[in-house]
Design a protein around this ligand. Sequence first.
Ligand code: HEM
Ligand code: HEM
Length: 209
Amino acid sequence: MTLKNTADRWGPVSQAFHWLIVLLILCLAIVGLTMGELPKTPKYFWVYTAHKSTGITVLALVLARLAWRLYAGKPDPVPGTPTWQERIANVTHWLLYALILAMPISGWLYDSASGLRPFRWFGLFDMPKLSPPDETLRNLSHEVHELGFWVLVALVAAHAGAAFYHHYFQRDATLLRMLPRRSPRMVDNTPAAPAIPVVNLPEEPPHVP
Ligand code: HEM
Ligand code: HEM
């Protein structure tokens, strides 16, 4: 078994990166959207530190994932995919990469420019600051962090919607090849037979005057 991506499927390393990052971003979103409601007392500061530490972990994972992607390439498009769909998918994927980099970087900048004490990454070591205290940068990075999140939500909705559309309506291997289990749909990587079988009609009878 190869760890790299092959012509017809994503390899285990790319799959692990994809689903681990999805899971961590889901946790970051839930905690990020709710932590503002917590009382601003030292008792709850660990929630902010956990959000920040997990966010920095995502940054490291995305950089490693991009390096792996450059090394391992990507599978060929599923046969039968129109060129326009392939182009939209490519643009969406690179926008997703840009956003999952922009989210942790803007969070880190926001934390840095706020002039707070350095936070300890999961209590292990102090994270360096990216900038000295700076009100303008603080506001700007906060905006990017908040707005970027909603752009990410919209893109992920379109992206996941497209994956499910391919799976349930096109009935091709797009989603299955990002999952660990092999499937008969992936053997030749072509769309499965339509749900309604095509009846082989007999040839037209010879014309009898
Ligand atoms: C992929 C990574 C990240 C995601 C998806 C994420 C997501 C979020 C979300 C959804 C919010 C709530 C925004 C709102 O109020 O509408 C938030 C808030 C926040 N995030 Fe992140 N975050 C990430 C990384 C980071 C990092 C690395 C840091 C700091 C090192 C950070 C620091 C913060 C802070 C301080 C807030 C509170 C902002 C406020 O006071 O309004 N985040 N994050
Ligand atoms: C239920 C949610 C999701 C599903 C079902 C899903 C499914 C998929 C599938 C099937 C592919 C491969 C597409 C292909 O072969 O052309 C893919 C690629 C990708 N996904 Fe997702 N995804 C989901 C959520 C996410 C999220 C939350 C993110 C990021 C925030 C994300 C980022 C990406 C990226 C960047 C790629 C492109 C990989 C590359 O070209 O290197 N996905 N996804």
